[in-house]
Design a protein around this ligand. Structure first.
Ligand code: 13P
Length: 300
């Protein structure tokens, strides 16, 4: 069977829209109607008219789409596509941090569960963390679960005090990069510009030429002819498509296993059988929606 043709035929027949994150396998991105970073996917999920959304990404991305569009059917081809970073911040940890710092709002990275978002004041993505922190009236801000993203926002907003919760939360795919990797990249590709994701460690961020979300990379990597990219290697596919004459290098180990689970067969079955619908308990969704919409309103 030609899965690609069948997937497009079923999507059109059922009026379903396929959204894929920039880290998805190339063949999945190529079949999607919309690709983008976490912020772009969250925004588009809310705006589009289609009543069925298929989210090709990890579970929290599909959950975010469902929270923003409770009346739509949101399907995820692989509900087992988790996020080890999201698992590092429970609702209990948020409540304990709030109790220890009365009056401090909690900014939660979208890489978190719906139940955790529900206890927080506002969400952020890697594209708008500093903007969100700046927009809050308070001077002391709780921020989690990614401590590297917290450090990035702290560097951009030095006038506020950002407290990471938990203290060492991080994404294993990004946190693996070291200063030695940057130095090795400089030696091997002396003409390349180095860009890293803000989930990388503060040392890696400081040693890079540029820091930004995957959407930032998509917008800015046309300005030079050669790049070393420190993020999940899936980003190279849309970058190469958009900038065919540019050279992109990425580390072989930069793989998020969860982002690579969805196959064309999974996507085909999802569209054919309407599985697996994402459910978020109404009370949790209502509270999490406040935090996500607050972010969308800040980040115009
Ligand atoms: P972006 O929002 O930059 O696409 O990042 C998503 C992500 O999950 C990084 O690990």
């Amino acid at each position: 069977m030609n899965y690609g043709e069948e997937i497009r035929r079923l999507a059109d027949e059922k009026g379903a829209l396929i959204l894929a994150h920039n880290y998805q396998p190339p063949e999945i991105q190529d079949l999607a109607d919309i690709t983008g970073d976490s912020l772009e996917l969250a925004r588009r999920a809310k705006e589009v008219k289609e009543s069925t959304l298929v989210v090709c990404g990890v579970y929290f991305m599909a959950e975010t789409a469902k929270i923003l569009s409770p009346d739509k059917t949101v399907l995820i081809p692989r509900p087992d596509a988790g996020c080890p970073l999201a698992d590092q911040l429970t609702p209990e940890k948020v409540l304990a941090a709030k109790a220890a710092h009365p009056g401090a709002p909690f900014v939660v990275y979208v890489n978190s569960t719906a139940a955790t978002k529900a206890e927080c004041d506002i969400t952020c993505t890697s594209a708008n963390s500093a903007e969100v922190v700046r927009a809050l009236p308070e001077d002391t801000i709780l921020f989690g679960p990614d401590a590297n993203l917290a450090a990035y926002a702290q560097r951009l907003v030095p006038e506020k005090k950002i407290i990471p919760v938990p203290q060492n939360g991080g994404c294993p795919t990004h946190h693996q990069f070291t200063l030695r990797d940057i130095e090795a990249a400089r030696r091997e590709y002396p003409n390349a510009t180095i860009v890293c994701h803000p989930e990388c460690s503060p040392e890696v961020q400081l040693a890079s030429d540029m820091v930004g979300s995957t959407g930032y990379m998509m917008r800015n990597c046309g300005t030079k002819k050669e790049w070393v990219i420190f993020t999940e290697k899936g980003i190279c596919h849309p970058l190469q498509k958009k900038y065919p004459d540019t050279l992109f290098h990425v580390m072989d180990t930069a793989v998020c296993r969860n982002m690579k689970l969805i196959t064309e067969e999974d996507l085909y079955i999802t569209l054919r059988d309407g599985v697996v619908p994402v459910q978020v308990p109404e009370k949790t969704a209502d509270r999490a929606r406040v935090a996500i919409e607050r972010m969308i309103n800040v980040s115009k």
